[in-house]
Unconditional design. Sequence first.
Length: 209
Amino acid sequence: MQQANSADIFYFDARRGVQSAFNDIFENKTLKTFTTDNIYQFLRYAREVSPEVMIFNLSGADRQTAITVQSFKQEMFGDFPIIVMYSQNDSFEPNPRVAHYLSMPLDYHRLSDIIESYSFGAKKHQILLLDRFSSQSDKLHEWLAARNISYFEVHNIDAAARYLHKNQPYAVWIEYAPEFISARHTLPHQRIFYVDRHQDIAEIQKFLS
């Protein structure tokens, strides 16, 4: 375990065995990680350190820990991008402070892409997609996947701004939703479009030309 005051990534996991595996994934990427299964230790260090990303694996957490973490109050976690890993059997209300939700079993390629985007930048995504979290597929996601269009999906404006600080996608697509209305005026990009994730894909396609 790295010292918290030198960590790029904060990682909480209620299961001890997974922590060493997580460290092994990133040891060759020059990223320092701080991992713990003690949520109170995590919260104490989070107030003192400025990591690039905070990650919570709640799939193995007890109910009280899950409730404590999922409040995600800004005074507890600041405005750092938060990634939550969850089990398909978990029931929860999406929190607007969470930037990414990843279901288990974990897609390590996607996790690496997210962390590298915030930590190193210069990723070659075509689209930054700012939308609300949904565990269900929709027309927009299916259309992007079918055409192998690379995109970085994020669920809050602060995390989208952090992404754009180090990355330059071709365009920014924002789901037309009340919580994202201000994003078009605050995000630093020249090609920003509102999209409806359930609308006719032919209408959305013009935003790639």
